[in-house]
Design a protein around this ligand. Structure first.
Ligand SMILES: [Fe+2]
Length: 205
């Protein structure tokens, strides 16, 4: 039985700091099924407790992201921008909901912390109305460390949850892909990898 755990209350950029505690690791070879690709030599898979704490951080990051995108919507009038922001908001909302069953299964709390929402709103307040490139640059910078961590976790998550961890890597990479394409001028297809993940995609006008 896993103990109850409270999500961490940290800044917008924080990712899975609980994993940095000195907790016992199981070496990969103890649990890695035959046929699965092996992560880099010397890496250890996470314990269930570490992975649960990581999910709690992911969850609060989705809460922050949801507040951030929702508050940013009012700063941009162009239909294309509204569609892209709406799709990013939808991705955060759907991902948050998708994490809940596993968090509860592992004994964590799905309470949405007010501090997480505040962090998202505060970040949104730093975006100037109409400055689309500024918004994209902020999103790119904020998302980079998170996506890097999601890539790392996707390789060391405990086996029953590896697929979920991989989906979070895809989640992070899709947002980074959006920012990279926007900054490169590929406005027509920048949001495609985000939309591809949506269960309830928005209509593009
Ligand atoms: Fe997210």
């Amino acid at each position: 039985m896993q103990g109850k755990s409270r999500p961490c209350q940290r800044g917008f950029l924080h990712v899975c700091a609980n994993m940095r505690r000195r907790l016992p690791h199981r070496h990969l070879s103890e649990t890695q099924p035959m046929g699965d690709p092996l992560p880099s030599q010397g890496t250890s898979i996470m314990t269930i407790d570490e992975f649960r704490d990581c999910l709690l951080d992911y969850y609060q990051t989705e809460v922050r992201g949801e507040a951030f995108f929702a508050a940013t919507l009012s700063k941009f009038d162009a239909p294309d921008h509204a569609y892209k922001l709406g799709s990013l908001l939808q991705l955060e909302t759907e991902t948050k909901a998708r994490l809940r069953p596993t968090i509860l299964e592992l004994g964590g709390s799905v309470e949405e912390l007010e501090s997480s929402r505040s962090a998202g709103l505060s970040r949104a307040a730093s975006i100037s109305a109409g400055d689309w490139e500024g918004f994209v640059r902020v999103l790119n910078k904020v998302g980079e460390p998170l996506t890097n961590r999601q890539r790392e976790v996707s390789e060391i998550a405990p086996q029953p949850y590896r697929e979920l961890a991989l989906s979070m890597k895809i989640h992070g990479e899709s947002i980074q892909d959006f920012t990279d394409r926007e900054l490169a001028g590929d406005s027509a297809h920048s949001i495609d990898s985000v939309v591809l993940q949506l269960k309830f995609p928005l209509r593009r006008s």
